[in-house]
Ligand binder design. Structure first.
Ligand code: ADP
Length: 192
């Protein structure tokens, strides 16, 4: 199985690049942000809970997020592999993911991190707010909070994968296709 973690700060282009990788490799895409947003629009209990955190630019609690992700993985037993987008976002989530994958007889192949300067991120999120209507992109205070949470809680997840020699960086600037090509090259070099 090919199991990838696509990593990067809010606005790095994880969603856009995930689509490219899925088309190329036939993986199942699991975006925790998208799953939360679907639950919010369907007004599920999970959605009501997640909304409180998302609207403040905070992370949804680990336990809730981990349970949700595991049940999504379990829906796709026969897949060729997964691309995790927006997960793991804390070291606790990374540890839970490793345990869970190993209980399924598989593992994470690698983490691919998209690197984009903060100024460019803010511009992209502002633009996305206009196109997508995402309320967490529309408010500068929430954006600043998400970037702060990323730096404090999520960036350390890089160290977790570095320690396992599974960490790869990609420059997240340039055209969508150029970035996709860099990602494919990395995948080819690690997939074995
Ligand atoms: P972005 O990467 O642009 O911030 P996402 O769509 O990945 O957007 O996530 C939107 C929001 O959903 C996050 O700000 C956070 O509140 C919540 N969220 C997504 N993934 C996780 C996760 N793994 N753990 C906790 N909260 C999450």
């Amino acid at each position: 199985m090919l199991n990838l973690v696509l990593f990067g700060p809010p606005g790095a282009g994880k969603g856009t690049q995930s689509k490219k990788v899925i088309d190329q490799y036939g993986l199942i895409h699991l975006s925790t942000g998208e799953i939360f947003r679907a639950n919010i629009s369907n007004e599920t209990d999970l959605g009501k809970l997640a909304k409180k955190y998302i609207d403040e630019g905070k992370l949804v609690p680990d336990k809730v997020t981990i349970n949700m992700l595991q049940s999504e993985v379990n829906k796709h037993e026969q897949s060729k592999g997964f691309i995790f987008d927006g997960f793991p976002r804390t070291t606790i989530q990374a540890e839970a993911l490793d345990k869970f994958m190993s209980s399924h007889g598989t593992k994470i192949t690698g983490m691919i991190a998209l690197e984009v300067p903060e100024k460019e991120l803010k511009e992209r999120l502002h633009k996305r707010a206009i196109d997508s209507g995402r309320t967490d992109d529309a408010n500068p205070t929430i954006i600043t909070n998400r970037i702060a949470v990323y730096n404090k809680e999520t960036a350390p997840v890089k160290e977790y994968y570095k320690a396992q020699n599974k960490f790869y960086t990609i420059k997240g600037e340039g055209s969508i296709d150029e970035i996709a090509t860099s990602i494919f090259n990395t995948i080819e070099s690690i997939k074995g």
